[in-house]
Design a protein around this ligand. Structure first.
Ligand code: PLP
Length: 454
């Protein structure tokens, strides 16, 4: 079979049997699935042999880049030695034990305990159960509410979708958690009006205080936020936001959860977004970059305050997954972190490739569609707007973004449209030349988009 016959073969089977995540599958079946068959470095290749520069590192996860043999070898070796054993009932496997030590070393001070799961969503489910059990054991079981933000993303399970503030998901989910409430997001570019970013950061942070007062502090258990909202469109909060959020959490004695599923493992130029924004979380869910997506694994880092209660006052914590701390996934995560440390990948994002990425993306600011270019480390958001001067959005949100996303694909670069915000999060191993290439292809996609919308 030639490549095109093979593609048709896979597309037919896919159409017959596969319901895709976050996809209008009927629409996809009309277009035909893009079948990705191989990858190396920052490039992926489809079944027709077309190569794309992956500006998204898969789903914000392939931090060390594609094709690292060391990770495949770590999985292979571990699978031969001990392919599976659980961490339940007085047992543990050695990769999970070793990984716990390494995670305690690289995560911010005070986070010394870890609970394993398999996905970001499961990590956030775990967080909800920990928050509830913590307050139960503190004799305050009525502190059930968790405050989150509109347009946040925390996963797809019932707890994840409830914590998230995605209106499209809430519209489809009948049975979300009752005690999760959402306040405004710190999205200055789109919602800040005439305020300065600093004023708007304070205003949106104080929505937390208003919500706590409205519910009653004795009914609020925790606040959850991504240091930078990823799937919401790379919403980088103004500098005043996180200090104010932390002041309020302290004042009302509520737990602070930093969801590091995207920001973690070097993305922002530090190991964790919490370091970049000086956040001191009590609980820190993380996933994706932990294994660079080579195998599924996630975890919740638990600070002393919660760990002390869960370990010393709880008895059995009745929570866990068959694959919590899976030995092969843990071995891959260990190898991934070893490579990131040895090759000083995080330092490189902070001091070299991150600043270069920003400088080169900034050249797109002259494009009539590009309202702004907002970056931290190797994560970027670019709102496409109707009027740059007034920051006016397009009338039908998401339409121009989708056109631009498709134009990116046509030009051989993967970017994602979150509404009309184009977002990027390339593998951390991206070179200077590849950044140039990414920006060149993005400009071509912006030009094609401008032509298409007339
Ligand atoms: N939290 C954040 C911040 C995320 O971006 C995601 C996924 O994109 C999740 C949680 C959910 O992770 P998963 O898709 O692995 O369940």
């Amino acid at each position: 079979m030639n490549n095109f016959d093979k593609t048709a073969y896979w597309q037919d089977i896919d159409q017959a049997h596969h319901i895709h995540p976050f996809t209008d599958t009927a629409d996809l079946n009309n277009r035909g699935t893009r079948v990705i068959t191989s990858a190396k470095g920052v490039f992926i290749e489809d079944s027709n042999g077309k190569r794309y520069l992956d500006g998204m590192a898969g789903l914000w996860c392939v931090n060390i880049g594609y094709g690292r043999k060391e990770l495949a070898e770590a999985a292979y070796k571990q699978m031969l030695e001990l392919p599976y054993y659980n961490n339940f009932f007085q047992c543990a496997n050695t990769p999970a034990i070793e990984l716990s030590k390494v995670l305690a070393e690289i995560t911010p001070e005070g986070l010394n305990h870890v609970f394993y799961a398999n996905s970001g969503s499961e990590a956030n489910d775990t967080v909800v159960r920990m928050v509830h059990q913590y307050w139960n054991l503190k004799g305050k079981p009525e502190r059930t509410h968790i405050i989150s933000r509109k347009n946040a993303y925390h996963g797809s399970t019932v707890a994840g979708a409830s914590l998230g503030g995605m209106s499209g998901m809430h519209a489809q989910g009948g049975s979300l958690l009752r005690d999760v409430v959402h306040i405004d997001q710190p999205y200055w570019y789109g919602e800040g009006g005439d305020h300065t970013p600093e004023e708007f950061g304070l205003l949106t942070a104080r929505k937390l205080e208003e919500k706590i007062e409205e519910l009653g502090a004795d009914r609020v258990g925790a606040f959850i936020g991504e240091p930078i909202q990823g799937a919401g469109g790379v919403i980088i909060p103004p500098s005043t936001y996180w200090p104010e959020i932390q002041r309020i959490c302290k004042k009302y004695d509520i737990l602070l959860i930093a969801d590091e599923v995207i920001c973690g493992f070097g993305r922002t130029g530090n190991w964790f977004g919490s370091e970049t924004f000086d956040i001191k979380p009590d609980l820190m869910p993380m996933a994706k970059g932990m294994s660079s997506g080579y195998l599924p694994i996630s975890a919740v880092m638990v600070g002393e305050r919660v760990a002390d209660v869960l370990i010393n006052q709880c008895g059995e914590f009745t929570h866990g997954f068959t694959y919590s701390g899976h030995p092969a996934a843990a071995a891959v995560a260990l190898e991934n972190i070893r490579i990131m440390r040895d090759e000083k990948m995080v330092e490189r994002v902070r001091d070299d490739i991150g600043p270069y990425f920003r400088k080169q993306l900034d050249t797109l600011k002259d494009h009539p569609l590009a309202g702004a270019v907002e970056t931290v480390g190797l994560i970027a958001g670019m709102p496409l707007v109707d009027d740059k001067k007034t920051r006016k959005a397009f009338d039908k949100p998401g339409t121009v973004g989708t056109i631009c996303r498709d134009a990116c694909v046509a030009n051989g670069v993967i970017s994602r449209a979150c509404g009309d915000r184009m977002v990027l999060s390339p593998p951390l191993c991206i070179t200077h030349d590849e950044v140039d290439e990414l920006v060149k292809r993005l400009r071509a996609a912006l030009d094609d988009t401008a032509k298409k919308i007339g």
